[in-house]
Design a protein around this ligand. Structure first.
Ligand code: NAP
Ligand code: GLV
Length: 313
C-alpha cells in the first residue's frame, strides 16, 4: 500500500484529510508528517504546504510531492528540496474558480466602494454613496495570466469589466489585451484602473508592487493583492492610498502573515484586509485531485501542473 504523508493545516486537519482520501483513494495509507515512528524511507508521496527543510530530502523513496496550494514557495524555500522528485501545484479547477470569485468580489467592492459602506454601517450613518463608474468603464489589469489569472479574466469579463493582462510570454486570448515582459509593463499599467497581482513568488517578482508600479497606474486606481506578500511594499501602498494615486485596495496576502495587529492597513478607511483566503479549496476537493493524480501516475501517466525549477513557478 502506498504511503502519503501530509503536512498541511497541522495535525488538527488530519481527520479531514483522512476522510477526504478514504472517499476516493481507500488504498492509500495517509499518515501525519509528525507521527512518531514514521520512517522516512517508507514514504511514497507527500502533500505539504511548508515542510521543515531537509525532511523531504530524507524521504529517499519519495515519488512525487504535492503542494497543498497553487503557490509552492513554502516548499521550494527548502534548500535541500530533492529536485529530481516532481512537485505538483494545486492549480485545480476548485482553486481557480474560487480565485475568480474572489477577484470579482474584490473588483466589485472597489467599484462600489464597499469599504465606505461598511464603515457607514458600523457607525449607523446613512451614507448615500454614488459610485462614479460602471464595470464597463474600469479596465482590470491582471499581472500573471496563468491558471488563476485566466479564470479571473473569464469571470471578470462575464461581469462586464474590460480585462488586460501582463505575463512573461504573450497570450492570445480574444478580447484580452496581452502585454509581455518588463518592456511592456509601463504600457500595461497606463491602461489599468484596477490592478490585480496574481504572480508567483520568484526573485523577479519580489517587491514588484512598489511606488513606481503604482505610480504608473491611472490616477485613483484600485489594487487587489492576491499573489504573495513578498511582492508588495506595504509602505508604498499606504503612501499611494494617502496621496490618492490609489483610491482603494483589497489585500489578501502579506509578509509576514498574519499582518501584525498594530499595522495601519488594518484600520485604513480605503483598505479591505483578508486573511490569505482568496482561494482555499476544501480538503475533500484537494484530496480528490491528489488521489486522481496519484492514480494516473501509477498507471504511467504524467503529473499535472508541475513546478519548473528553472522558471521558478
Ligand atoms: P501559474 O499558472 O504558474 O501562472 C503564473 C503567471 O505569472 C503566468 O502567466 C506567468 O507568465 C506569470 N509570471 C511569472 N513570472 C513573471 C514575471 N517575472 N513577469 C511577468 N509575468 C510573470 O500560477 P497560478 O496557478 O496562476 O498561481 C499564481 C500565484 O497565485 C501563485 O503562485 C500564488 O502565489 C498565488 N495564489 C494565491 C492564492 C491566495 O489565496 N491568495 C491562492 C492561489 C494562488 P507566463 O504565462 O508567460 O509563464
Ligand atoms: C494559496 O495561497 C495558494 O497558493 O494556493
Amino acid at each position: 500500500m502506498a504511503v502519503l504523508v501530509v503536512k498541511s493545516g497541522g495535525e488538527a486537519a488530519m481527520a479531514d484529510w483522512r476522510e477526504g482520501f478514504a472517499a476516493c483513494a481507500p488504498g492509500l495509507e495517509v499518515r501525519w508528517w509528525g507521527e512518531a515512528g514514521l520512517r522516512a524511507e517508507d514514504v511514497d508521496y507527500a502533500l505539504v504546504w511548508d515542510p521543515e527543510p531537509g525532511r523531504l530530502a530524507a524521504m529517499t523513496n519519495l515519488r512525487a510531492v504535492f503542494g497543498s496550494g497553487a503557490g509552492v514557495d513554502g516548499i521550494v524555500a527548502d534548500p535541500l528540496y530533492p529536485r529530481h522528485v516532481p512537485l505538483v501545484r494545486m492549480s485545480i479547477p476548485a482553486a481557480t474558480e474560487r480565485m475568480g470569485e474572489f477577484v470579482c468580489w474584490a473588483a466589485l467592492s472597489l467599484l462600489k466602494d464597499a469599504r465606505r459602506m461598511a464603515i457607514a454601517q458600523a457607525e449607523r450613518r446613512w451614507d448615500e454613496v454614488e459610485p462614479p463608474y460602471r464595470a464597463s468603464q474600469r479596465t482590470v489589469g491582471i499581472m500573471g495570466l496563468g491558471n488563476m489569472g485566466s479564470a479571473a479574466t473569464r469571470m471578470l469579463r462575464g461581469i462586464g469589466f474590460p480585462v488586460i493582462g501582463w505575463s512573461r510570454g504573450r497570450k492570445d486570448v480574444p478580447g484580452v489585451g496581452s502585454y509581455a515582459g518588463p518592456g511592456e509593463m509601463a504600457a500595461f499599467l497606463a491602461r489599468t484602473d484596477i490592478l490585480v497581482c496574481l504572480l508567483p513568488a520568484t526573485a523577479e517578482t519580489r517587491g514588484i508592487i512598489n511606488s513606481a508600479t503604482l505610480g504608473g497606474l491611472r490616477r485613483g486606481a484600485g489594487y487587489i493583492g492576491v499573489g504573495r506578500g513578498m511582492q508588495q511594499r506595504l509602505d508604498d501602498i499606504l503612501a499611494a492610498l494617502e496621496d490618492g494615486q490609489l483610491s482603494g485596495a483589497v489585500l489578501d496576502v502579506f509578509e509576514p502573515e498574519p499582518l501584525p495587529p498594530g499595522h495601519p492597513l488594518w484600520g485604513h478607511p480605503r483598505t479591505i484586509v483578508t486573511a490569505h483566503v482568496a482561494s482555499l479549496p476544501s480538503r475533500a476537493e484537494r484530496a480528490a485531485a491528489v488521489a486522481a493524480a496519484i492514480a494516473g501516475f501509477e498507471r504511467g501517466e504524467g503529473l499535472p501542473n508541475l513546478f519548473d525549477h528553472e522558471r521558478g513557478y
